[in-house]
Structures are given as C-alpha cells and as structure tokens.
Design a binder for this molecule. Sequence first.
Ligand code: PHE
Length: 374
Amino acid sequence: MTGQMTDLTTLESELSARIAAASDLAALDAVRIDALGKQGSVSALLKGMGALSPDERRVQGPLINGLRDRVTTAIAERKAALETAELDARLQSERVDLTLPPPPRRAGSVHPTMQVMDEMVAIFAEMGFDVKEGPDIEDDFHNFTALNFPPRHPAREMHDTFFFKPDPVTGERKLLRTHTSPVQVRTMQATNSRPPAPWIAAGQSPPIRIVVPGRTYRCDSDQTHTPMFHQMEGLVIDKGIHMGHLKWTLETFISRFFEGQVGARFRPHHFPFTEPSAEMDIQCDRSGGEVKVGQGSDWLEILGCGMVHPNVLRNCGIDPNEYQGFAFGMGIDRLGMLKYGMPDLRDMFASDTRWLAHYGFSPFAAPTAASGLS
Ligand code: PHE
C-alpha cells in the first residue's frame, strides 16, 4: 500500500517535471502520450484498478483518478502557455512599424531595344518616313512567296523558320515571321485597304516611304543570335528611285545613329526580293577586344538592302516600269549592342533586373531629333 503510494508520488513528480520542461507543443504531446495514451503510465494504473479488491479500490481509486485529473490539467495549462508564447513570438517577429518610410523601390526603365527603336524612328521620321507595323504570325505568302522566294526554295528552310502545325482543314502552315519584309508586301498591296487589325499596315499606293520596327523569329541561339529579335525594315517606292538614294539614306542614317562620321561599304549579296542586293558593312576597330564603331580598319556587317525586285512589285500590284524602290532590313538589338557596348545578345531578353537597371534608360530620355538621340 505505502509502496503503491510512493510510486504514484514519484510518477506524478516525474510527469510534472517533464510537462514543465516541454519547450514546444510536440514535446508536450509526447508527455501526454506517455502518461495518458493507450499504453501510457497513468492509463495502465487506471486499467489495473479492475484487478483490485473492493477495499483497495476504495483507497486507490481516488488517488489514481486524482493523479489523472492533475496530469490532464497540467498538460492543458502548459499547452495554453506554449500557444500564447508562440503567438507572442510571431507577433513580435511580424511587427510592422507603420511610421517608417516605404523601402526604396527599383525604378522601372526603358529597355535598350525600345530606346534604340525610338532613336532609329526619330532619325527616319525626320527624313520623312512613316512607321508601319505588321503581325508576328504570318503566312507563307507574305513571308516568302510574295517576296519572290521560289516554291520549295531552300531559302525557306535557311531562315530557320518556326512553323505552326498545319491547319486541319486547309493544310496551311502559319509561321512566325523570319523578317520584317512581309510588311513591305502588306503596305504595297493597295487592295489591302482594310487591314485585319488596326495596327497592321494598310495598303497604299506609291509614293511609299516607311520604316517597320518589329519582332522577328528564327530558331537560333548564341552570343549574337536569339530566337526572338528585332528588325527595322525600310521601304521607299517612287518614280526614278535608284541605288544612289539607297546609299545616301543608309550612310546618313548610320552616321546620325552613331553620332559621328562612320565609314560604310556595300558588298554584293543575294536576297530573292531585291535585285541588285547588297550588305552594308560599317567601319570598326576590333583590336581592343571590344568592337568600336567609326574607328579602325575592320568591317562589320549590319544590314541587308537592295533595289526592290520587279517580281515583288508585280506581286503587290505595282508596275515596275513605272515605279522603282529600295528596301533594307537591319537588326535593332545588334545596333544597340554596338552603340551601348553590350557583349551578349542573350542578356537582352533574360529579364535580369540588375542588367535592366544598368543598361535601361530613363523614361524621360525619349530620343527626338531636336533634343538629341542619346
Ligand atoms: N529581310 C532581310 C533579312 O532579314 C533583310 C533585307 C531587307 C534585305 C530588305 C534586303 C532588303 O535578312
């Protein structure tokens, strides 16, 4: 009898000590299971009462039940205390001082491609060019056929074209335009006086003088190629247009763009939609590891150009005996890299805010011919 009582006292002080020492809810729950769970020490005592004689039970019963009640209460109280402490700690850590000024926000900036596009448009607008746009998703006709690419000509594949799945009914394969040249076609087609969307170039009859900034796509990626890039197309159609006009326009543009005299040369080239065709190189210096435009004796290819092919004029309903024209197409991002010294084209579209903060432009620095370009 006395032994049993000693056991109960020991057990109770042991459990009380453990309850007091439980530093979190998980530790406390472990104590509860050890004492009151199915296999628990207090549960075992309660179960054991059935085996006692009625006299023993009269003495032991209240002792054991008392123990169980006190342990249960102690656990509940400890639990409440732990929960309160946890809440206090959380409130402390999540405290907000509403009287503090807001944290500094990273200012937004204009992407270099957009800035360069605006600079280019400002130069051409001053020369009397309009700005036109066209859809990114094109059809074979506008991207290739009307531009005098022969059917099944390898040039179609050479452009690393992204094709869509063929239309289940018509079998037509749409594509992501590989260049901005389809907008030449959309503009020259005078019959297309009601374009499919308000921002798509409406057809007009000559004289035509337009530039077309926009996104273009080719399946290609390295330091100087990204699958999406930007081009600016130029098209001039009028009576008596010749290579001299083309040369003057591009040489004037490039010297204005790089803000200084930049040597240029024209090399014969081939495009299906121009005849003759040329590539224009600008003077540069590669000796110091980076490319410096307007100095040195190296050359860098920056654009394709030529006189609009008579077949293209005919495909668009313009009589080549009456009108002639020139066209050019250049990479906007690449010109930006050259002008502002960015080493890798892929960085331009990586959306790294540190890069954007470094190379981005203030929205207040909008380029105009009057206020300066950069
Ligand atoms: N569309 C050509 C290209 O992307 C560039 C070009 C445009 C060439 C206009 C001549 C005339 O490579």
